[in-house]
Design a binder for this molecule. Structure first.
Ligand code: ADP
Ligand code: ASP
Ligand code: MG
Length: 438
């Protein structure tokens, strides 16, 4: 059971999480719970670091950031003990989470869960501080923003858990961020394939690495509300999802930055040098476009996007390469965003891109860059246009809760799947979007 920041935001919510954990234990389950830092704690810790340093040392940053989740776990353990159960809180390191050495974005290499298993065997409820581990050089590391989701999935895999429940402040995974689109629809089931694209394109409800980890280890994720009992969204293998809607969700990010390299010499190996330098600095490059040089051997221009939080490191990394390679100038647009439509059904339906572009065009939104995968179309737009773009696309593909109708409202026998979605007797999904065929 993993509880996110809002779900442990104050004393009352920590006690509520404690009661929920205890209720699961009393139903006969053995529980390992992963907690996030309370409310905005991680943001506040980052702000504190920036008050004392313009470029905080990454190792020390991890020492600082890892404290937020430790506070939550210790407090929740106290609350559980008061409810008459025995709990123990563990840091990521004590829980056996071993990572690589890339501070602030570490990857989990191994989970040595013996201590957790022993504690469960002793009938303890185990609380593990999310978002952190210990590196192969014995330093505290953190797993990147939203990393407690990955802690939870990795522990679920290590202890062979029945399910990994991610408790959050929304009722599950929706057809768009419900904060932007109030009539977004809760999705009962999403495939790993779609959830990977959604998380990669900004749906922060599950961290991308947690979904990758779950797919690789066959972990069942149930993403649900920490405030209600109703089922949320199951993230499952493709074979378990009956529904193949054209578009499943519209996702977005407001945290992109664009870097443009002007006058890049048109020689083999130049792009390799640029992007190797960025990769070595652990900068995640997303979209890349290069225009054709006007004539053979002339210089080209190249643009790419990076997360805004990586802009400073990216610029510092590029400076020496720019000089060595003979690039004429570097420009940056720090306030970019991205909007994407994701859906397994688009693999076999032409016309989705056309509808995306015309919808944005009708809204007067300029598309700065485009990228596609078999099940996703992403457009980079300026950050101030993101909300409008999301609402327009959600509307254009008729994804809203009130735009879904039952295909056979009467006369078909219904069965409820283990995931709670309603299906007709032939196994076809009874709920289908009216906009689902072009
Ligand atoms: P937690 O602190 O529980 O980890 P997060 O803030 O990381 O919570 O993730 C939950 C938030 O994700 C929601 O409050 C919502 O605004 C946002 N979100 C973005 N896209 C989606 C989506 N498609 N479905 C549900 N929530 C989304
Ligand atoms: N506290 C960390 C963050 O805010 C990790 C998490 O909440 O998952 O990013
Ligand atoms: Mg989160």
């Amino acid at each position: 059971m993993k509880f996110g920041g809002t779900s442990v935001g104050d004393a009352e919510r920590i006690k509520r999480a404690a009661r929920r954990i205890v209720a699961a234990r009393e139903q006969g389950r053995r529980v390992v719970a992963v907690l996030s830092a309370r409310g905005k704690t991680t943001d506040e810790l980052i702000a504190m670091a920036e008050e004392v340093s313009t470029a905080p040392d990454p190792r020390e940053m991890d020492m600082l950031l890892s404290t937020g989740e430790r506070i939550s776990c210790a407090l929740c353990a106290m609350a559980i003990n008061d409810l008459g159960h025995r709990a123990i809180s563990l840091t990521g390191s004590q829980a056996g989470i071993v990572t690589d050495t890339s501070h602030t974005k570490a990857r989990i290499l191994d989970v040595r869960a013996d201590r957790i298993r022993d504690a469960l065997y002793d009938d303890l409820i185990v609380l593990v501080a999310g978002f952190q581990g210990v590196s192969t050089s014995k330093d505290v590391t953190t797993l990147g923003r939203g990393g407690s989701d990955t802690t939870a999935v990795a522990l679920a895999a290590a202890i062979d858990a029945e399910v990994c429940e991610i408790y959050t402040d929304v009722a599950g995974v929706f057809s768009a961020d419900p904060r932007i689109v109030p009539d977004a629809r809760k999705l009962p089931v999403v495939s790993f394939e779609e959830m990977l694209e959604m998380s990669a394109s900004g749906a922060g409800v599950l961290q991308l690495r947690s979904v990758e980890y779950a797919r690789n280890h066959g972990i069942r994720i149930h993403c649900r509300s920490s405030f209600t009992e109703s089922p949320g969204t199951f993230v499952v293998g493709e074979e378990e999802t009956m529904e193949r809607p054209l578009i499943t969700a519209v996702t977005h990010s407001r945290d992109e930055a664009r870097i443009t390299l002007l006058g890049v010499p048109d020689h083999p190996g130049v792009a390799g040098r640029i992007f190797t330098a960025l990769a070595d600095a652990n900068v995640n490059v997303d979209m890349i476009i290069q225009n054709e040089p006007e004539s053979e051997g002339a210089a080209a221009d190249m643009s790419f996007t990076v997360p805004r939080s990586d802009l400073r490191v990216a610029r510092a990394t590029l400076d020496p390469v720019v000089a060595q390679v003979g690039i004429k100038a570097v420009a940056e647009d720090p306030e970019m965003g991205k909007v994407s439509v994701v859906g397994a059904g688009m693999k076999s339906h032409p016309g989705v891109a056309a509808r995306v572009f015309s919808t944005l065009g009708d809204q007067g939104i300029n598309i700065e860059m485009i990228s596609t995968s078999p099940i996703k179309i992403s457009c980079v737009v300026t950050a101030d246009m993101v909300d409008r773009a999301v609402r327009a696309l959600h509307e254009a593909f008729e994804l809203g809760a009130d735009q879904i109708e039952a295909e056979h409202p009467f006369g078909t026998s219904r069965v409820t799947t283990p995931t709670g979605s309603t299906q007709d007797a032939e196994g076809g999904t009874a709920m289908r979007s009216r906009g689902a065929s072009l």
